[in-house]
Design a protein around this ligand. Structure first.
Ligand code: ZN
Length: 499
């Protein structure tokens, strides 16, 4: 069989995985958006069955044979190299971990998620503690099967951020933490905090929806190839680049919550809508990592949505929907959306303190996996870190160690992606500014060149390049947290009237 012929066979196999994934995606989306309470159990069974089929497909004997064949070829095309890399990764992960341990872990995490929700509601850490211990034990067991080079935590990180290591993150996050603590102190001691009282008001959900539609159109979200629905937590999902869906929720006391979620999910959605048609059937028609995906959502939510130029252009559109804001100036909005305030809850944090929430979780996860803390000590360690980095201390478990769902779902190693997203985004912005006057384009409300730049440099490539390759290609250097610190310091010193 010739090279092209074999490649077509492999692509046919990868296409079957994509199609099954697509069907599961629709069922998952429907579960979050439409399924009535009585249908949840039945849907879980369908999804469980399809997960089993997916497992069989990924670990099928021909997959091992395809990987071996690809490894013998002298691959030069980046798409072919990417195919091999991604195929090998998902195959090895599944064949190295015994199937019965996978099943046990998946049972544990579905139970743990329900227990976590209840223990958070009751502020009862003891209730969740045995589950947390078992989950961390499982993660360590998996690392045992998969192996590691330097730090056990690297293996967990790699699932969400390929190539990222604890050695790099220790340096990057350590540096970031020190500089952000310094900036926070400066704002507190020398700055004048914005006044946000003018935002108080009533904001009907239908008006929020109309406004969010305007901003999504401005960003370049294609409503012909996407839609917006309602769910408990906003998310983005994609069934090919021709059907990319986002969800949102509406708080009638505070429209900015749904507004920034729309920009955030819209950023994820642009990435998925822009992926090249040619990548379907290669396993690469998806975002390359959680961190790069998050860089696109944060870029739109923060670098665009919290910029001065954007509000100068967009504020009149907001006033049209919400006349109660007519006496405010664009400048007031710009300042209000950039208020910094250390708080206990990650999901409500501002741009500066958000990174600190992530660094705390990173330090805790790394310590768990390397047996440096026990589940008994964990809540106190958590609280001490909040006191030390943010100057505040949780009064209960619910606003402390029990606040996030990730650990109960077995997603250990995921948190760093959130902070990496901010760092990549700032580095991309810096590179973009060399090619165009971003602030001027925002003032004119012309977001098209910005979108086109991201499409050409990042989006269309899907998962062809690893995150580190992509960052070097786009910006000419490896990940450098200084761009984020500089971006934030410049903006916040203006907002807080420090010269
Ligand atoms: Zn996101």
């Amino acid at each position: 069989m010739g090279f092209e012929e074999k490649m077509q066979e492999i692509k046919g196999y990868l296409r079957r995985i994509e199609l099954l994934g697509n069907a599961m995606g629709v069922l998952n989306w429907d579960l979050e958006v439409n399924v009535p309470p009585g249908g949840v159990k039945g849907r879980a069974e369908v999804l469980g069955y399809l997960s089993g089929e997916m497992y069989k497909l990924i670990t099928a004997p021909e997959a091992g044979e395809y990987i071996a064949w690809l490894e013998q070829q002298n691959l030069t095309d980046p798409v072919h190299k990417g195919m091999l890399r991604e195929m090998k990764k998902s195959y090895e992960r599944l064949v190295k971990i015994p199937a019965d341990r996978f099943v046990a872990f998946s049972r544990l995490t579905s139970e743990a998620q329900a227990v976590w929700a209840e223990s958070r509601r009751r502020n009862d850490y003891e209730m969740f503690k045995p589950y947390l211990k078992q989950i961390m034990d499982f993660e360590k067991e998996f690392v045992g099967y998969l192996g590691y080079k330097q730090n056990k935590y690297d293996t967990l990180l790699d699932q969400y951020e390929p190539d990222m290591t604890t050695a790099v993150l220790d340096k990057v996050f350590g540096d970031l933490r020190d500089k952000l603590v310094e900036l926070l102190t400066e704002l507190r001691e020398r700055g004048k905090a914005p006044n946000n009282d003018f935002l108080k008001g009533h904001y009907p959900a239908d008006k929020q929806k109309a406004l969010n539609r305007e901003v999504l159109k401005l960003m370049g979200f294609d409503f012909n190839r996407g839609r917006v629905d309602i769910s408990a937590h906003p998310f983005t999902t994609s069934f090919f680049n021709g059907d990319v869906r986002i969800t949102n929720r509406y708080d009638e006391e505070y429209f900015l919550s749904s507004f920034f979620s729309a920009m955030h999910e819209g950023g994820h959605a642009l990435y998925e809508q822009d992926i090249s048609d040619e990548l379907y059937g290669t396993g690469l028609a998806t975002g390359v990592s959680m961190g790069i995906h998050e860089s696109q959502s944060r870029f739109y939510e923060n670098m665009i949505g919290r910029s001065k130029g954007f509000w100068e252009y967009f504020f009149p559109t907001v006033v049209k929907e919400f006349p109660n804001l007519s006496s405010a100036r664009p400048e007031d909005m710009y300042k209000a959306v950039n208020t910094v305030e250390p708080s206990l809850i990650r999901t409500e944090a501002d741009e500066l303190t958000y990174a600190m929430h992530i660094i705390i979780r990173y330090e805790m996860e790394k310590a768990f996996i390397n047996d440096e803390i026990t589940v008994d000590e964990a809540p106190e360690v958590w609280n001490e870190k909040y006191e030390k980095y943010l100057g505040i201390r949780p009064k209960d478990y619910s606003s402390g160690i029990l606040q996030d769902t990730h650990w109960s779902g077995g997603m250990v190693g995921y948190f760093p992606s959130y902070a990496l997203g901010n760092l990549y985004a700032a580095q991309f912005l810096n590179a973009m500014k060399k090619d165009m006057d971003v602030e001027e384009l925002l003032r004119e409300g012309n977001l098209e060149p910005i979108h086109q730049w991201l499409k050409d440099k990042v989006h269309k490539h899907g998962a062809v390049y690893t995150p580190s390759e992509l960052v070097e290609m786009v910006t000419g250097e490896p990940l450098n947290p200084q761009y984020f610190v500089d971006y934030l310091a410049a903006k916040l010193r203006t907002v807080y009237n420090i010269d």
